[in-house]
Design a protein around this ligand. Structure first.
Ligand code: AGP
Length: 628
């Protein structure tokens, strides 16, 4: 959950590193640092806090070097201090590195290195990496010493550097994405990955390394996605990809399909606001080219399964984390409702250890915006280890999950920078609705029902625009509710996951305690929380459950609980029952979760703003959870 950028080229590295680091700050923002190889030696600048604080310190230094690395940290081992900030320097001053991940056997390595005279200045696991590389580097006899002793010349500093990194990583247990410099190898960098994302940016007389593409697109759109166990040796003029066991790897250079402006905030106050209002476009992108010619079903090019394969599937298992898990719950509802196929949903972090008995003919899905969430990746690997095919619904092309899945569906929502997921979530809901249609039309959903379903989904972007037009109304509501410190979110069937999502949004960006429940569950305990100080957000359905939900609302009202109702514009609420109402346009049943989500995204956003919270970088969070 940290961000790494490395640069080796002809330009001064510092400004390029800082520009890239700003785009990775959503991955972690406890502290930041950079290291640049200078003609006079190594320049190292670190600071607690945001990249802006680091930029100020760097501006005061004369950083002329053209090779450098930098890092923005989400603390795992060791508190938020300057000493624990990356980059870390070996105690012999030769090796400097940045790391994303967790070294699980760092205590044993540290004990060994202490016996060899290495010293430590931080509480981090990362520092053992740079000292262990330094140890191996020193052990590779230096050429000058060898010649002085009259023995055959030893490998150059460059190959010693690469060898020492490789030997170190063979000792390491855990996860890493690292970029390493050696003070005796100017103009060179070694980077490697295992379990944490790392991407090589291939430029013109320059090469870069970064944790994700957003830090590279301003320099190049040619990228190589490193795989676990690979390491790359970079110079300005080129790079060599290999594996830890010395096998050369032929790089596959991909083209990034979006540009740096997509990752800009534009005129918005926050990335979250931008991404909320981008949803109509993201929803259009999710559907583009994915309906059948006869207009009654959906088509997905990347599932790598034939309709005949789908005929044998008698159960789906969906796993994910956080907001993605809420999307799994909606997928479960829609697939069971329309395709009549059972669906199991599990937290990825639970699935991987539960050793659940599984149907022989189950098909797995993971949902992940970043494609790097380690628990979701581990669940995918566990399903594959058990011999199951696993699909991924993912927003980041070339991400680890996307590459390791047997097939899947890209969301094409564009980069999502805000830590709180918004457009990626509604895109996942729409894709889930399309997938439910796809399998339903292979079973009992009729042509006419399919046509109606497709038309219902095609209407979603414009209906979403109509919901977004209520932003000023929702902002006014938020201004009156921002003082409360407890909320309930209540919904039923496909709106229960949206209640959970609304509660998560409010929790994670405004730090208000909020819980989501099935509306009927309220009587079984949560109603004890109701008071004038604990408002409830109700998702009001149309149809058979309308009266049931109205009853639940009346039970809240009887106890002086405030109510914000999110209701279709085709129903009429009893006078005075809700204190505030946000209406959503009437829509196809499969589209309802998407449209019901937007009001709670806006409500949580405006409440968080009213409370002065850092909406895009909430405390303690990071965008992509790449550590367990
Ligand atoms: C969403 O608002 C949260 N930031 C978080 O729960 C997120 O959904 C979760 O970490 C999964 O991330 P992923 O979709 O990138 O795998």
């Amino acid at each position: 959950m940290c961000g790494i950028v490395g640069y080796v080229g002809r330009q001064r590295a510092a400004s390029i590193l800082l520009e890239g680091l700003k785009r990775l700050e959503y991955r972690g923002y406890d502290s930041a640092g950079l290291a640049v190889l200078q003609p006079g030696g190594l320049a190292l600048v670190k600071s607690v806090g945001r990249v802006a604080a680091l930029s100020k310190l760097a501006a005061a230094r004369k950083l002329t070097g053209t090779t450098g690395i930098c890092h923005t940290r989400w603390a795992t081992h060791g508190g938020v201090t300057e000493a624990n900030a990356h980059p870390h320097l070996s105690s012999d001053g030769r090796i400097v590195l940045v790391h994303n991940g967790v070294i699980e056997n760092y205590i044993a390595i540290k004990k060994f290195l202490l016996t060899k005279g290495y010293t430590f200045t931080s509480e981090t696991d990362t520092e053992v990496l740079c000292n262990l590389i330094a140890y191996h580097y020193a052990k590779e006899t230096a050429p000058a010493a060898a010649q002085a002793a009259g023995v055959n010349p030893q490998p150059s500093e460059s190959s010693r550097f690469l060898t020492s990194v490789r030997k170190t990583l063979l000792h390491v247990e855990g996860t890493y994405g690292i970029a390493v410099l050696c003070t005796e190898c100017p103009g060179e960098m070694v980077a490697a990955r295992k379990g944490s994302p790392l991407i090589l940016g291939v430029g013109d007389q320059e090469n870069l390394i970064a944790s994700d593409v957003s830090a590279l697109v301003s320099r190049t759109q040619s990228v190589v996605y490193l795989k676990d166990g690979e390491l790359v040796h970079l110079t300005a003029g080129g790079f060599a990809l290999s594996t830890l066991d010395l096998a050369d790897v032929s790089p596959v250079i991909d083209k990034v399909t979006w540009d740096v402006n997509d990752a800009e905030m534009g005129a918005h106050a926050h990335f979250m606001e931008k991404e909320i209002f981008e949803q109509p476009t993201a929803l259009e992108n999710a559907m583009r080219g994915r309906f059948s010619a006869d207009g009654s079903s959906a088509n997905f090019g990347g599932l790598n399964l034939t309709p005949a394969d789908f005929r044998t599937i008698d159960r789906f298992v969906f796993t994910s984390c956080g907001t993605g898990w809420h999307a799994c719950l909606v997928a479960e509802h829609l697939i069971e409702r329309f395709a009549r196929i059972p669906v199991e949903v599990d937290y990825a972090s639970e699935f991987r250890y539960r050793n659940a008995p599984l149907d022989r003919d189950a098909l797995f899905f993971v949902i992940s915006q970043s494609g790097e969430t380690i628990d979701t990746l581990a669940a995918l690997r566990e399903a594959k280890r058990k011999g199951y095919k696993c699909m991924a619904i993912c927003n980041v092309v070339g991400s680890t999950i996307a590459r390791e899945a047997d097939g899947g569906i890209y969301q094409h929502a564009g980069p999502e920078i805000g830590v709180a997921s918004t457009k990626a979530f509604t895109s996942q809901l729409l894709i889930s609705a399309m997938f439910a249609l796809y399998v339903a039309r292979m079973r009992d959903l009729s042509f006419a029902e399919g046509i109606e379903y497709v038309n219902g989904l095609k209407a979603v972007p414009d209906l979403a625009r109509r919901v977004l037009e209520q932003a000023p109304h929702i902002k006014e509501i938020a201004s009156r509710y921002s003082k409360y410190n407890d909320f309930l979110f209540l919904g039923r069937l496909s709106l229960f996951p949206i209640a959970l999502e609304g509660a998560l949004k409010l929790k994670e960006i405004s730090y208000i305690h909020a819980e989501g429940y099935p509306a009927a569950e309220m009587k079984h305990g949560p109603i004890a929380l109701i008071s004038p100080e604990c408002p409830s957000v109700f998702f009001v359905p149309k149809g058979e459950l309308f009266n049931k939900v109205i009853s639940s609302m009346q039970e809240i009202k009887a106890r002086k609980g405030l109510i914000i109702a999110i209701a279709p514009d085709c129903v009429e609420l009893p006078e005075g029952l809700a204190d505030d109402v946000i209406t959503i346009p009437d829509c196809h049943e499969a589209a309802l979760p998407v449209l019901a989500t937007i009001p709670v995204q806006l409500l949580s956003y405006y409440i968080a703003c009213a409370r002065g919270c850092d909406v895009d970088k909430p405390r303690n969070l990071a965008k992509s959870v790449t550590v367990e």
